[in-house]
Design a binder for this molecule. Structure first.
Ligand code: GNR
Ligand code: NI
Length: 172
């Protein structure tokens, strides 16, 4: 397993729409293993493949708290069904938008259909943090970031700061 570098804004690859996976094979499982290790190292609670530069519809996640048994989850070609009309705000962050957090309002519950680590079809009812995280990761598969749900003013301010930081880092 390998820790891969995580892309950050304004990297244009984060705006790509990811492609469906044709088959869940050992190569794909190797990618999912790398993604999970990268996510734990960051640390984060979810990661989409495009965040490590791979435009495939693959998500990994672990919502277990500190000191709890790890609970890795893998979602291949996920689809959201029946998002609830009632919404809930949650303070979100993103490994690709480092050090910014803000409230995003999303459907409070949804159903997710996907293929698991072994390529078997699964259906999951999600609410709470699981629903938040799945929808945040699904956005990545469409090239959407949580800052796109904020006001234009907030988004521009965040992008400006991150661009400036990258410039300073590049200048060394
Ligand atoms: O680690 C993460 N934490 C988080 C907190 C609130 C809502 C969503 C997330 S996902 C994020 C990791 C990440 O960027 N996944 O794409
Ligand atoms: Ni993210």
């Amino acid at each position: 397993m390998t820790i891969r570098p995580i892309l950050t804004v304004p990297d244009p690859r984060l705006r790509e729409v990811s492609k469906p996976v044709e088959r869940v094979d050992d190569d794909l499982r190797a990618l999912m293993d790398d993604m999970l290790e990268t996510m734990y190292d960051a640390p984060g609670i979810g990661l989409a493949a495009i965040q490590v530069g791979v435009p495939k519809r693959v998500i990994v996640m672990d919502l277990a708290g500190e000191g709890e048994e790890p609970e890795p989850r893998y979602f291949v070609n996920p689809e959201i069904l029946n998002p609830s009309d009632d919404t809930k705000p949650y303070e979100e962050g993103c490994l690709s938008v480092p050090e910014f957090y803000d409230e995003v309002e999303r459907p409070a519950q949804c159903t997710v259909k996907y293929l698991d680590y072994d390529g078997n079809e699964q259906v999951l009812e999600a609410e709470g943090l699981l629903a938040v995280c799945i929808q945040h990761e699904m956005d990545h598969l469409e090239g959407v970031l949580f800052i796109d749900h904020l006001s234009r003013l907030k988004r521009e301010r965040i992008l400006k700061k991150l661009k400036k930081e990258q410039k300073l880092a590049a200048a060394g």
